[in-house]
Design a protein around this ligand. Sequence first.
Ligand code: ATP
Length: 893
Amino acid sequence: MHPDGQLNGFNNVNGGGVKHAEITGHILEGDLPAARVPELHNLENASSQSLFHIVHKILDDSIENRKEDVPDRVACLLKKLVQMIEQRCSKQAEDFKKQNNLYKTREEKYQFKMRVFKTLVTGAMEENEVLMNQLHHIKTEKTMVEEKKKLEDVELIRLRKENNDRNLEISQLKQEFEVTRDAYENRCIQLETDAMEIKSELENKIINLENLLTDSRKKVKELEKFTESKFQRWKKKERCYKNFMDFQYGSLKELRMGSESIKQEVLMTQQIYAEEINEFGMKIQGLVDAAQNYHAVLTENRKLYNEVQDLKGNIRVYCRIRPFLKGQSQRQTTIEYIGDNGELVVTNPSQKAKESHRLFKFNKVFSPAATQEEVFIDTQPLIRSVLDGYNVCIFAYGQTGSGKTYTMTGPNVSSPEDWGVNYRALNDLFHLSQVRRNSFEYEIGVQMVEIYNEQVRDLCIYLDIHTLGIWNSTQPNGLAVPDASMHSVTSTADVLDLMNVGLMNRAVGATALNERSSRSHSVLTVHVRGTDLETNAVLRGNLHLVDLAGSERVDRSEATGDRLREAQHINKSLSALGDVIFALAQKSQHVPYRNSKLTQVLQSSLGGQAKTLMFVQLNPDVESFSETISTLKFAERVSGVELGAARSNKEGRGVRELMEQVTNLKDSLTKKDEEISRLRTGKTSSGEKSLPRRYGSSSSMHSMGELQSNGTPARDKSVNLGPKAASDIDNCSEFSDKQSETGSQRSTDEFRHCKLVTTDDDIRDLNDDIELLGLGDADSDERLSDISDGVLSMGTETDGSMSSIVELTLFPETAKAPIEPQQKPSVPAKIPRPPPPQKAASSSQKPVRAGSSSQRQGLIAPSRPSLTKGGPRAASSSSAKKSTSGSSSLIRR
Ligand SMILES: Nc1ncnc2c1ncn2[C@@H]1O[C@H](COP(=O)(O)OP(=O)(O)OP(=O)(O)O)[C@@H](O)[C@H]1O
């Protein structure tokens, strides 16, 4: 279809005319051989012109050959048509050719443009890349420049500032320089002036000195002459002294020889003294033997006292009568008489009969006027024995509204004057523990529970008051209710807080007899654990402070429903308490502790060696007469001090027999005492005879003289006794007077004697004992009241009282009457100590020395239970050790 091709084709047709002619000839003749037909296929490559030529030839030939068959017109038309087609084709070929050329030109143009564009794009991209790099570079540079600029700015500021500073400094320096320069110039001028003056002065002085020098030279010459003459005189004197010294030396030699001979004499004398001292030792050995016998008697006496204790029990009963309340002043009272010795007569004024008078006797009766303080003073000794490892139980018993809570807690906690026994007891324990802090470390813990409707509840928790269990037998740590919260207290403020919580939690309700009646037994338990700082021995004491719920007659209190149930529980537990105490007083084999929760909780402090104090609270109102009588009967039963009762008589006989035995023992002790005094008198008088004068200082001689002049140690307070000691001795004898007229004086004297004959070691031991006991404080006076109280309670004290006595007698004199070391020679020989095993022996085997008063012996109680970790045995021995430590310190002597 290519125009060139077509043209070429036409050319080829011209060039190959023969061939075409042959082909056309054959076609026209119609005899175109079959072998020549395939050649027709080559026409495809022939040009359009040659093809048209062939067409023309064929047409011409056909028309020529078939003239007759084909009209001329048609032949002409055909020819014309072919010509037109041919023209058109050639025209188109030419157009194509032109177009082709045009396209070629355009293509070349476009390709050129494309190349140009490509070159431009490549160039632009490269350029762009270069520009980007440059830009990045410029940015980095810019950042650096900025940073640099910043730094430079900072530097510039700094430099400016520095510059300013420098400028300032320079200006200051300049100023200073100006000032200094001025001063310097002034100074220079001044110095120059001074120098001029000094120079002139020095010149004057030099002239003077030169004059003086001349004078001095003259004087020296004169002095030389004088010294020469003196030296000659001294030489003469020296010769004289030398002769004198030689003479003295000779006399000294003679003296030495004399002293040697005196020494020999002294040694001889010493030997003689030693022999004499040995003799004294022998005599004192006899004395010791006698003392040991004496201790054995004391031990026996103590045993007897324990028996008395066992018979009497450790229960004391105080009765307190409530005053009439406001608005009750018109009421008749049932109290007719209150004796000083605990007698109480009650009567029913509405009954005229004489039988209505009833006499009761207790350890003490407090009138309605008695203050809280007075009540506490009589209770205090008992409470204090808790610190010595005793278990103590104090409870208030009485009909509802009779003042139990008033006595135990007090009406108003905020006013210390109104404080009841509870607060005062703890306050006192804190005070005492402080006083004894050098010898004992005390820990005090408090539990507060209530027993309400036979259920034990913790009162010291703020929420969740739940029932607690009780241990059947008290745990070794003394806790009967181990689940009750234990609060460590160190001050009265702690106790106040705690008890406020307890009081708030306590079950109270209004009855017909008391607006705010306690419907439960409240038990405040104080656990005391004391550690002896010297021996590390531990002692424990429990103090139960019990505010019992009011006993009441159900008909009078008009109780119904819950109140009735409460009243029944209260009465049941109170009767169980009565049974327990009664069984204890009767020394029954079986003590029914388990009959109520109350007795279970208090078990450790009821019976055994525990001390029990019951406050019997009375309502004086005549309307309460029957309750008063039943309360008093209960108390009487508890105290075992029934007047005229058969049991009481029997007890009295027992006690009388024991007292007779005690008197006998007392007599034998008196004999022993006299024997000891005799021995001592012999010893001291012989000592006085044989001791050389120069061994004793004047003071020691004086004290010895007083001692010897009476034969027995003097009771004169001036002998080595301070004022306190003297007063304590007075106290002591006061106590003794109450005890026994005969024994007390002697006991005091004996003690004093005992101390006076002590040796250095004994003094040390005694001081140790004193330290251990923590005595010499206010405590001793209180202990005295404990003792007198023990007397009041007809020997119901335990060995705590004994220790108190011993402490009392031991301390004041020892502390105030130190024996001077110079007095040592006054003791001819050291009294041998008892052998060590005796020391470790149980309290019952320990010889006891606490004055010779048999009454005092009588105050010694048997060992106490459960004071230390080591169980009852260990506890008893350790407690005995503690309680009689004062006495044992004496015994050792
Ligand atoms: N010694 C007293 N001096 C003055 N008022 C007292 C004395 N004793 C008790 N009262 C008063 O008597 C009332 C009853 O006392 P309290 O509540 O102590 O009796 P209670 O025996 O504890 O009674 P209850 O057993 O019902 O609890 C109180 O108002 C109390 O202040």
